[in-house]
Unconditional design. Structure first.
Length: 128
């Protein structure tokens, strides 16, 4: 069994941990946050610049392959980060097992649905 630097001796001895996936969840949330640190400022600056030019410039901005790709990456990182955060809230504050399971499933479908909506919108504008 490999030792993780995030596992304390007490946890190893007692075998405690809710689902034994806390470390991976923590790392995934931090990696998505790092991606958002880069992507969100780009997105805000770009969308404000495109919006100032009017509708035609905004459509042209989304129609650029680089901007379309970065827009989809931004949405993916944001919705994934949102899903992870809501998952932590649901797991921490919902006590009933059935309700917790239903909310976790809804959380995943909601984040995936938002992502699909963004991707379909970008594809529709990009394709013309």
């Amino acid at each position: 069994m490999s030792k993780s630097p995030f596992v304390t001796p007490a946890k190893t001895t007692r075998g405690l941990g809710a689902s034994k996936t806390g470390t991976s969840h923590h790392i995934r949330q931090r990696v998505s946050a790092l991606a958002l640190i880069v992507l969100v400022p780009w997105f805000l600056f770009s969308i404000m610049s495109a919006a100032l030019g009017g509708y035609a410039d905004a459509v042209a901005w989304i129609g650029s392959p680089l901007n379309a790709t970065l827009l989809v990456l931004t949405a993916g990182a944001a919705f994934y980060h949102m899903r992870l955060g809501m998952q932590a809230v649901i797991e921490d504050y919902i006590g009933k097992t059935g309700t917790r399971a239903a909310l976790l499933i809804l959380n995943t479908f909601f984040a995936a649905g938002l992502f699909v909506a963004v991707v379909m919108s970008v594809i529709r504008v990009w394709a013309g």
